[in-house]
Ligand binder design. Structure first.
Ligand SMILES: C[S@@+](CC[C@H](N)C(=O)[O-])C[C@H]1O[C@@H](n2cnc3c(N)ncnc32)[C@H](O)[C@@H]1O
Length: 253
């Protein structure tokens, strides 16, 4: 893979972890978008695509939330069930949801409005670009990646979000001792995630597995009690799949 495009930029030299899906909104979603996107969806400068991020842009959390508070970032927040549930229980924490899917963002806005939450902001963007340049280094107390798309086919594995490269981006934005929480219902991807982050010298697995050697047998965390049971997770459990959680602590520099 070349490191640069012909125009001297490195715009999206890595495949993105999402596909374009219909942006059609239901009447209720459209109403939520109209009523709440101005206040809660952060309008960021773009690069070459509408989910891209201008690499010169740096977000100031104190400005976008209007206060200083610990920051939790959820990547791929879907319909926002996890972030909304947590934000309602932790009004003293700022929650930033990064998602590309317009109906999911609209659904999240609807819940922000219904529950009158003031501590959630949304960004419609490709998350790795946000983590590469837009989020300040060491600004995030917790990073959440719950049920990222598994991209089953071998030829699609390169599209998976969690990788050694993504681990280096997570390490950049997390505060020293900040936590990275992950969950997936696909056993193969769970092992890939664990091996990628275990191999990084920037993270400590808080639940190291038994055994020795390059690939320990365990490493799974207990289910994160702050993660609400989403319809997505319920469907996976109903289909007989096991959910694996992982929790890592960012090592101090
Ligand atoms: C399988 S869904 C899980 C949604 C949610 N976390 C849940 O547990 O219900 C994965 C979500 O990640 C989003 N996504 C995938 N790649 C992304 C990226 N690079 N940046 C932002 N969002 C992304 C997708 O649009 C989708 O909504």
């Amino acid at each position: 893979m070349n490191s640069m495009n012909d125009d001297g930029t490195d715009f999206r030299r890595r495949p993105v972890s999402f596909v374009r899906r219909s942006a059609r909104l239901s009447t209720g979603q459209q109403r939520a978008w109209d009523n709440y996107s101005g206040r809660f969806l952060i309008d960021i400068p773009r690069g070459r695509a509408d989910t891209s991020v201008d690499p010169g842009y740096v977000l100031d959390p104190a400005v976008v939330f209007g206060r200083e508070a610990p920051l939790v970032v959820e990547v791929g927040s879907g319909a926002g069930e996890a972030v909304i549930h947590a934000a309602a229980r932790h009004p003293d924490v700022n929650f930033l949801a990064i998602e590309v899917y317009t109906p999911g963002l609209a659904q999240t806005l609807m819940q922000i409005g219904r529950q009158e939450l003031t501590n959630v902001r949304l960004i419609q963007a490709n998350a790795p670009e946000m983590l590469t340049t837009a989020l300040p280094a060491a600004s995030v107390r917790e990073l959440w990646v719950f049920f990222p798309d598994p991209w089953h086919k071998n030829r699609h594995h390169k599209r998976r979000l969690v990788s050694p490269h993504f681990a280096s981006l997570a390490a950049r934005v997390l505060e020293p001792a900040g936590l990275w929480r992950l969950a997936t219902d696909w056993a193969g991807y769970a092992r890939v995630m664990r091996n990628a982050v275990d191999a990084s010298d920037e993270f400590t697995n808080l639940h190291p597995g038994p055994g020795t050697g390059a690939v320990p047998a365990g490493g799974w965390a207990p289910r994160f009690e702050g993660r609400v049971m989403t319809s997505f997770e319920k469907k996976a459990l109903d289909a007989g799949r096991t959910v694996h959680d992982l929790t890592y602590r960012r090592k101090p520099d």
